[in-house]
Design a protein around this ligand. Structure first.
Ligand SMILES: NC(=O)c1ccc[n+]([C@@H]2O[C@H](COP(=O)([O-])OP(=O)(O)OC[C@H]3O[C@@H](n4cnc5c(N)ncnc54)[C@H](O)[C@@H]3O)[C@@H](O)[C@H]2O)c1
Length: 250
């Protein structure tokens, strides 16, 4: 039997690396991509050392022709799953936000997700099946985040992107869903300058009903479920993975 296949962006570290682990262990041919060459190669090598099927390709999701090239080179008859996970976060007070700040974040966090889907969809359409997973955030799905208007806008944008694709591509057997993580311990959330930092992350535990900060694998396992046949009738949805943060009262 042919193995199912997945391409993941931003798979060298954090949530993307955890996704690579979850998919590879579930028997997928796993294509990891990232701008972080060393981390990506190490992550793929680690999975291969477990006897799993993983390969790494250097890919910047802001480069349309590189995205096309890597997808064409790795998709075979078409990916079963694409996880658009790569993202950046930059703190900038709205009064100081420049066009460049806006464009840089939107180019990675929103257009980057669109690009990888755009290149993978034609082969999925030919096979008549596929699953697209967009990585959003509670900031975008529900929260506003001060000094992060550009990030919040991009993360809200990917929800619109996935909903539109769910409707447009559903007749071709392609599902599109969104995962919106809450507080997850990664390099991004630990970044004091641009995100929360370690101390604020520890403080945030009190707002999380499940009583802990999330781990990348908490998100990865939901991504794997959404991609799987168990979620075959789920499309156009936003699944929040936040330990109950958003539904907490007071
Ligand atoms: N950590 C959290 O609490 C949290 C919460 C909500 C949403 N998210 C989202 O989850 C996703 C993963 O975040 P993370 O926390 O693992 O962050 P991370 O910083 O650990 O990982 C982000 C990955 O994206 C890659 N990347 C950045 N720019 C890229 C580009 N131009 N092309 C290709 N890859 C690029 C990085 O190299 C890195 O591997 C992001 O989209 C992030 O916004 C994270």
């Amino acid at each position: 039997m042919v193995k199912p296949s997945v391409l993941i962006t931003g798979a060298g570290i954090g949530i993307g690396a955890a996704c690579a682990g979850s998919f590879a262990r579930a028997g997928y041919r796993t294509v990891l991509t990232d701008v972080l060459q060393e981390e990506g190669e190490q992550r793929a090598a680690m999975l291969r050392a477990e006897g799993l099927d993983a390969e790494f390709h250097l890919l910047d999701v802001t480069d349309s022709s590189a995205v096309r090239e890597i997808v064409l080179a790795t998709e075979g008859d078409g990916f079963d799953v694409v996880v658009a996970n790569a993202g950046i976060v930059r703190r900038r007070a709205f009064a100081a936000l420049t066009d460049d700040d806006w464009s840089q974040t939107v180019d990675v966090d929103l257009a980057g997700e669109m690009r990888i889907f755009r290149e993978a969809v034609p082969a999925m359409s030919r096979r008549g099946s596929g699953s697209l997973i967009a990585m959003s955030s509670v900031s975008g799905a529900a929260y506003g985040w001060a000094e992060h208007a550009h990030y919040s806008a991009a993360k809200a944008g990917v929800i619109g992107l996935a909903r539109a694709l769910a409707v447009e591509l559903g007749p071709q057997g392609i599902r599109a869903n969104v995962v919106a993580p809450g507080f997850i311990r990664t390099a991004q959330s630990l970044d004091e300058t641009h995100s929360m930092g370690d101390a604020a992350l520890r403080d945030a535990v009190s707002a999380v009903p499940l009583g802990r900060i999330g781990e990348p694998s908490d998100v990865a396992d939901v991504v794997l479920f959404l991609a799987s046949d168990a979620a075959r009738y789920v499309t156009g949805q936003v699944i929040v993975v936040d330990g109950g943060l958003l539904v907490r009262q007071g």
